[in-house]
Design a protein around this ligand. Structure first.
Ligand code: DUC
Ligand code: ZN
Ligand code: ZN
Ligand code: ZN
Length: 496
C-alpha cells in the first residue's frame, strides 16, 4: 500500500554519520534504517543506489501568507510549500505577524492560513511593541501554542522597530520562558537618514536601497543585540546574516563563549549586489530585500563562516513578490516591497555552493539545512534525522545530475526568480513528506491540508524522540535553552 515505502541502497546521511543502508517507512514514520531490509509485496520500492538519502530540509525562516510593509507576499502556505517540496524542503518555520498588536490574534490568523498546508510547518512570533498584554501573550504562546521563538526588529522605524528598552524586556521575558530571542539586526534610525540622503541626491532607483543601508548598520545593530543578550545572559539568534560586519560580531561573541546563533540565507550565500545595480528595474527590484544583498566578497565570507561553524544553519527569508508588486516602487526604492524567494532553491544552492565546492561534507550539509534547525527549535529528532521513530521526511539527491533555476520552471508564484540562471551539480530527484512521495520524476503531487503544525509541544508528545535526543544531543533533556522538557507519556509510546 502507499503507506509503506522502502528506499534501497542509498547512502543514508545524518548529521552525525553516513552509511549505505535501506530505509523502511510505514504510516509516515521511519521504522528501520539498516542494510538489506527485506519486505513483502505491496511495498513501493525506490532504488537510491549511488544517491544520497537525507532528511528533508527545514527552512527556519519564511514569510508565507504575509503582509510586509507595502503589499502581501505572493506565496501563500500552499504555493510556497509546493515549491519547497519540489526543492527538497519538507518543513518550514514561518513568522507570525501580530494582528492589531495581539500575538494571540496573529497566531489564530496564521493557524487559519496554514490550514491549506501541504507540508509540516512551525511558527515564530514577531514582537513589534511592548505592553502587559504582549508579555502575557508571550507566555500563552510558549505554554499553550508551542511557539518558543520571538523575533524583534531593530529596523523598520515607525512600523515594527523596537528600541533597546523593548529589546531588553523581550530578552528577559524570553529568558524566563525558556524561549529563544531572534533579532533582525539593522539600525532603523540610521537607515531613515540613509534613505533621505539617497533621495536628496536624486537616487530613487533600487540601488538606493542598497546604498541607504550599508553593512556598518547591520554590524552595529547585530553587535548591540549580542551585547544586550550578554547583559541579560540569554542566547540570541541573529536572522539573515548578510554581511561580514554582522558575521564578525557573531564570531567574536562565540569565541568569548556566548551562545549566539547565526543564520545566513540562500540569497546571502549565493548572490552579490550586481543584481540590485542592474540598469533594468525589474531585475534590480527583485533583488531588494533587507538587509540588502552585499557586494561580492561578503558571500564568500559567509560561506566560509558557515563551513567553520561561526554561522550554523541556513534559512531563506522567503518573502516573494512578483514584478508588478515590485513596480510599486518604480519611482521610489522605499516603496519596493522587501523580499526575495528561496524556499524552493535553498537545498540545491547550498549543496552546490558548500558541498560540491568541497567546503563541507554531506553530513555537514544535513546539519546546516535540517538537523541544526530541528535541534534549536526543539523538533529534533522528530525532524532533522533519518532514524527509526523520526517522521518520514526524506530527500534523495543524485550527485551526478544537475539543476538549473528559472522562473519559467519553478513552482512558487512569482514571475521572477532572484536566482535566475543559476545552475550547479546535484539534483533532488525525490521528496518524501510525511511518508508520501510528493516529488518524483519532475512531478509534484501535493495534497492541500495534509501539512501539520509541528511545534515544540507536539514534538514532545511522540515517543522515541527523547531517547534519540539523549543519545545524540546530551543537552536535549533540558532543551537547548534550559527549558524543562516533559517526560514522554506512556500511551504515546511507539518503540521499534
Ligand atoms: N526582510 C525582507 O526582505 N522581507 C521580509 C522581512 C525582512 O526582514
Ligand atoms: Zn528580518
Ligand atoms: Zn525575514
Ligand atoms: Zn520511546
Amino acid at each position: 500500500s502507499s503507506s509503506k515505502l522502502l528506499i534501497k541502497g542509498g547512502t543514508v546521511v545524518n548529521a552525525h554519520h553516513q552509511e549505505v543502508a535501506d530505509v523502511y517507512v510505514e504510516d509516515g514514520i521511519i521504522v528501520s534504517v539498516q542494510p538489506n531490509i527485506n519486505v513483502g509485496d505491496g511495498v513501493k520500492v525506490i532504488d537510491a543506489t549511488g544517491k544520497y538519502v537525507m532528511p528533508g530540509g527545514i527552512d527556519p525562516h519564511t514569510h508565507l501568507d504575509s503582509d510586509y510593509v507595502v503589499t502581501e507576499g505572493i506565496d501563500d502556505f500552499f504555493s510556497g510549500q509546493a515549491g519547497a517540496l519540489a526543492g527538497g524542503t519538507t518543513m518550514h518555520i514561518n513568522f507570525v505577524i501580530p494582528v492589531n498588536g495581539s500575538l494571540s490574534a496573529g497566531f489564530e490568523a496564521f493557524a487559519e492560513k496554514a490550514k491549506k498546508s501541504c507540508m509540516d510547518y512551525g511558527f515564530h512570533m514577531n514582537v513589534i511593541k511592548w505592553d502587559e498584554d504582549v508579555e502575557k501573550e508571550m507566555e500563552i504562546m510558549v505554554k499553550e501554542k508551542g511557539v518558543n521563538s520571538f523575533k524583534f526588529f531593530l529596523a523598520y522605524k515607525g512600523r515594527s522597530m523596537v528600541n533597546d528598552e523593548v529589546l531588553l524586556k523581550g530578552l528577559k521575558k524570553c529568558k524566563s520562558l525558556g524561549a529563544l530571542t531572534m533579532v533582525h539586526g539593522e539600525n532603523g534610525d540610521a537607515i531613515v537618514e540613509g534613505q533621505q540622503m539617497m533621495i536628496d541626491l536624486g537616487i530613487t532607483g533600487p540601488e538606493g536601497h542598497a546604498l541607504s543601508r550599508p553593512p556598518v548598520l547591520e554590524g552595529e545593530a547585530t553587535a548591540r543585540a549580542i551585547r544586550l543578550a550578554a547583559f541579560v545572559n540569554t542566547p540570541v539568534y541573529i536572522v539573515h546574516v548578510m554581511s561580514i560586519d554582522a558575521m564578525e560580531e557573531i564570531a567574536k561573541a562565540k569565541q568569548a563563549g556566548q551562545r549566539v546563533i547565526g543564520e545566513p540565507i540562500a540569497a546571502g550565500l549565493a548572490l552579490d549586489d550586481s543584481g540590485i545595480f542592474d540598469p533594468d528595474f525589474t531585475t534590480a527590484a527583485k533583488n531588494v530585500m533587507s538587509p540588502p544583498i552585499r557586494k561580492s566578497g561578503h558571500d564568500k565570507a559567509l560561506q566560509a563562516a558557515l563551513s567553520t561553524g561561526v554561522l550554523q544553519l541556513v534559512g531563506t527569508d522567503h518573502c516573494s513578490f512578483n514584478s508588478t508588486q515590485k513596480a510599486l516602487g518604480i519611482d521610489d526604492f522605499r516603496k519596493i516591497p522587501n523580499g526575495v524567494n528561496g524556499i524552493e532553491e535553498r537545498m540545491h544552492l547550498v549543496w552546490d555552493i558548500m558541498v560540491v565546492s568541497g567546503l563541507i561534507t554531506p553530513s555537514d550539509y544535513v546539519r546546516i539545512t535540517s538537523t541544526e534547525c530541528a535541534r534549536i527549535f526543539n523538533i529534533y529528532p522528530r525532524k532533522g534525522a533519518i532514524l527509526a521513530g523520526s517522521d518520514a521526511d526524506i530527500i534523495i539527491l543524485n550527485p551526478n545530475a544537475s539543476f538549473e533555476i528559472s522562473a519559467a520552471t519553478h513552482h512558487t508564484r512569482s514571475d521572477t526568480n532572484v536566482f535566475e540562471g543559476k545552475k550547479g551539480k546535484g539534483k533532488i530527484e525525490v521528496t518524501i513528506a510525511g511518508g508520501k512521495v510528493v516529488w518524483e520524476g519532475g512531478e509534484l503531487k501535493v495534497v492541500r491540508g495534509s501539512g501539520r503544525c509541528c511545534s515544540s509541544l507536539s514534538s514532545s508528545l511522540t515517543c522515541c524522540r527523547y531517547s534519540h535526543a539523549a543519545a545524540f544531543a546530551p543537552s536535549m533533556k533540558q532543551g537547548l535553552l534550559g527549558a524543562e522538557v516533559e517526560e514522554e507519556s506512556e500511551e504515546k509510546e511507539r518503540h521499534w
